[in-house]
Ligand binder design. Structure first.
Ligand SMILES: [Zn+2]
Length: 225
């Protein structure tokens, strides 16, 4: 998708500039190893893995965690607010999620590479969440950390949300994130995310909600990813 290509291009640019491509790949590989699996049966969810993933993010992205405002939503979703210099400009929201869908029981042996090993082979990084959607989470955080290291100060406030239950509808994560952002009085110029179809809480956060294309103004959640 267009937005993902932007993020991919951004992460590639950072990689070239800082010669840090292997480190970024390594961080995404590590992220995949956290089994942040959503289940329709909430009792089957290992929330310890989600909290361990939080700890991994804190350790890996120290500038983000020391310089941006962080808010934990519904115990496991994360919101970071990077205050811009020009408060007259409406903020923008970058949304992604770090939960993944389960492995079909009995298919473990069918995987070319173990789904939670984060293996790099054949020129690819393999694993559950490599595309959907930990690549977005990690590339976003890598960009944030690199920009903070450069001393970058945005004109426009940027908000980053990382949901924990998108794969089962986002009713704890995205819904409460939207409620929190609305309560903060944030009225976004646009929202960048995975895209997708109808989402009941989209109108709570976007000034100009549009269709399902990836044209720059995006919906908050993805109902089918
Ligand atoms: Zn997704």
């Amino acid at each position: 998708m267009y937005c993902r290509r932007i993020l991919s291009g951004l992460i590639l640019l950072i990689s070239l500039q800082a010669s840090s491509e292997s480190r970024i790949v390594d961080n995404l590989s590590k992220a995949i190893r956290y089994q942040t699996i959503s289940h329709q049966n909430l009792n089957a969810i290992d929330y310890g893995a989600f909290l361990n993933f939080h700890q991994f993010l804190e350790t890996t992205y120290p500038r983000v965690h020391s310089q941006l405002k962080k808010k934990i939503i519904a115990d496991y979703s994360l919101v970071y607010i990077w205050q811009g210099n020009n408060r007259a400009l409406p903020p923008v929201l970058f949304d992604s999620h770090y939960d993944v869908v389960p492995i079909e029981p009995g298919t473990e042996v069918d995987w070319e590479y173990a789904p939670f090993a984060g293996i790099v082979a054949d020129g690819y990084l393999w694993g559950r969440g490599a595309l959907d959607d930990k690549a977005s989470v990690i590339s976003t955080l890598e960009a944030m950390e690199a920009l903070l290291a450069e001393g970058y100060a945005p004109e426009r406030t940027m908000v980053f949300s990382f949901g924990h239950d998108e794969e089962i509808g986002g009713r704890d994560g995205a819904a409460n994130i939207a409620a929190y952002l609305k309560n903060q009085g944030l009225n976004f110029e646009y929202v960048v995310g995975e895209g997708g179809h109808g989402c009941p809480w989209t109108s709570n956060v976007a000034r100009k909600p549009t269709g399902n294309d990836c044209s720059g103004r995006k919906k908050l959640c993805n109902a089918n990813a």
